[in-house]
Design a protein around this ligand. Structure first.
Ligand SMILES: Cc1cc2nc3c(=O)[nH]c(=O)nc-3n(C[C@H](O)[C@H](O)[C@H](O)COP(=O)(O)OP(=O)(O)OC[C@H]3O[C@@H](n4cnc5c(N)ncnc54)[C@H](O)[C@@H]3O)c2cc1C
Length: 497
């Protein structure tokens, strides 16, 4: 490729949305991916007739209406689409003190379920979740593009002044402040903490209201939808669209260096020594990998150092990819579950267990008569370092045994019904996803003012942009798609497309 407009390092959903948006505008785009397939944390792998999602499987952004259905929009922009299967329940919670609760797709039904547990807090529950709906209505009424582009900001302000003012109000706020304003019951506040923790991996006090508003409302609007054929399909389809639009992707192309000239990013170097030059460079690697590995750590720009003082790496996960006999799942089992036995363990390693059973929505992902259970729980890489191969295997087996024992409570007979088991650790996440320490992404070191400190796509290095979960607005497929739309928009304006 001659005269490349943008080189994108990495084909996670953030990188692919940037690439496809730019290609759709006529830019010449090259994506360089270190692994064999696209998708990163939204990729997949196949074993013995099972197709496992690497990570994500509770998917927002595949709805049909509004403006926040960013995955649907990203696919449509390059003339591809993805069939999606509606999930009637977002999560079935199995929480301490018998707090057993389903988050129904229908908003009022969810509220009724929660109010049945906390009837004395009906007013507070409604006020808190209605406040979240207000955030969502603001977001869902405008095109979501680059907040670093003044003319766009001016345009949306004149088109939707009230929505914009609403967002300015919520931007520096955290969900916990609203929860505490409306709700007094300490058990219910712990539930709100879990509602936030299960995707932001921090309690409500540290979870930005903008993100909470999105998740707590969109699940009742566009809903949670599972992509037919597995989550990996989204990236595969984006690549198909990218290539149709004239873009290119190379696999097994690990970038080892971002090349700069006179302080400006001008190209990249691969592990095999090959060099590509482009007008703009986009990194879909985490900010830690970008500024500590791909660029010299000792030359880290001041604003990146400040960012690292505000944000730290969240833990990674211990992941169990399980194939089981269908008889293990009781009738009426939902697709997503969260299990926690004691509130004090919510944020601890092996505290909260997340479970997805995608074959309940798409049976074709497993051999007939079997289901996939993906169970994962936070774990830090430090606990998995400096082990001999046999110690590592033994540690994996012990940890998997503990998780399976706990899951027996909701799936009796799980151990006996096992057909396949593969265990991933933080080391696996680091190796296959190319993410430092296998981290799930950035989390605030302390309570910050909402999303105010989260960086957008431009960096202190001219010509270099970041996209993905270490940019505004953070983790999750729909969130990184937002970051991709914003990144492509900013680059398109910079390049005059
Ligand atoms: C276990 C788990 C469960 C999750 N569950 C959900 C969920 O249910 N719903 C949800 O919405 N989100 C979920 N997430 C989060 C979601 O998957 C991520 O936030 C999102 O996929 C991150 O996308 P990204 O574009 O930032 O980057 P990544 O997915 O990290 O992709 C980055 C890509 O860049 C490549 N790369 C990195 N460095 C280089 C290099 N030097 N050269 C070339 N290529 C490189 C990597 O190989 C990778 O393909 C989950 C994540 C995990 C790990």
């Amino acid at each position: 490729m001659e005269d490349i407009d943008a080189i994108v390092i990495g084909s996670g959903i953030g990188g692919l949305v940037t690439a496809t948006q730019l290609a759709a505008k006529g830019a010449k785009v090259l994506v360089l991916e270190r692994y064999l397939i696209p998708g990163g944390s939204a990729g997949y792998f196949e074993r013995q007739g099972y197709r496992f999602d690497v990570g994500a499987s509770m998917i927002f952004g595949l709805g049909q209406n509004g403006t926040t259905n960013l995955l649907t929009r990203a696919l449509a922009a390059v003339n591809v689409s993805q069939n999606a299967i509606a999930d009637p329940v977002q999560i079935h919670y199995h929480l301490p003190q018998g707090l057993d609760l389903k988050v129904d797709r229908v908003y009022e039904k969810f509220l009724q379920n929660l109010i049945a547990h906390f009837p004395h807090e009906e007013k507070g529950i409604r006020r808190f979740y209605d406040e979240c709906q207000k955030v969502f209505k603001c977001l869902n009424s405008m095109d979501l593009l680059s907040l670093e582009e003044p003319r766009y900001l001016l345009r949306v302000f004149f088109q939707r002044p009230l929505a914009c003012l609403g967002l300015v109000k919520y931007l520096p706020q955290n969900a916990g402040d609203f929860a505490r304003r409306y709700i007094k019951d300490s058990e219910l506040l712990k539930f709100i903490d879990m509602e936030c923790y299960c995707w932001s991996v921090v309690p409500s006090d540290m979870t930005p209201m903008i993100n909470a508003g999105m998740v707590f409302s969109d699940r009742h609007y566009g809903g949670v939808n599972y992509p037919k054929g597995g989550v990996g399909q989204i990236a595969q389809k984006l690549v198909e669209g990218l290539e149709k639009a004239g873009g290119k992707i190379q696999y097994q192309a690990r970038v080892t260096k971002i090349l700069t000239e006179k302080g400006k990013a001008v190209g990249v170097q691969l592990a095999n020594g090959k060099v590509y030059r482009g007008k703009r460079i986009v990194s879909n690697a985490t900010r830690w990998d970008t500024f500590e590995q791909l660029l010299p750590a000792e030359e880290m720009p001041l604003n990146e150092k400040n960012w690292q003082q505000n944000y730290q790496k969240s833990p990674s996960f211990l992941s169990l990819h399980i194939g089981v006999k269908e008889s293990v799942l009781p009738a009426g089992t939902e697709c997503h579950h969260i299990l926690l036995e004691g509130w004090e363990k919510m944020t601890a390693a092996e505290g909260t267990i997340f479970v997805s059973i995608p074959t309940l929505l798409d049976p074709d992902l497993a051999p007939s008569g079997y289901h996939i259970i993906h169970a994962f729980t936070p774990h830090w890489i430090d606990d998995w370092q400096e082990l001999s191969p046999s110690e590592y295997e033994a540690k994996k087996e012990e940890a998997a045994g503990r998780i399976i024992d706990r899951l027996e409570k909701i799936f009796p007979g799980l151990d006996a019904g096992l057909d396949y088991l593969e265990v991933g650790t933080p080391r696996t996440h680091r190796r296959f996803l190319g993410r430092q320490d296998g981290t799930y992404g950035p989390i605030p070191r302390r309570k910050l003012r909402g999303l105010l400190k989260m960086p957008f796509n431009r960096t202190a290095i001219p010509g270099l942009y970041c996209v993905g979960d270490s940019t505004f607005p953070g983790q999750g497929l729909n969130a990184v798609a937002f970051s991709g739309f914003a990144c492509a928009h900013r680059i398109a304006v910079d390049l005059g497309f």
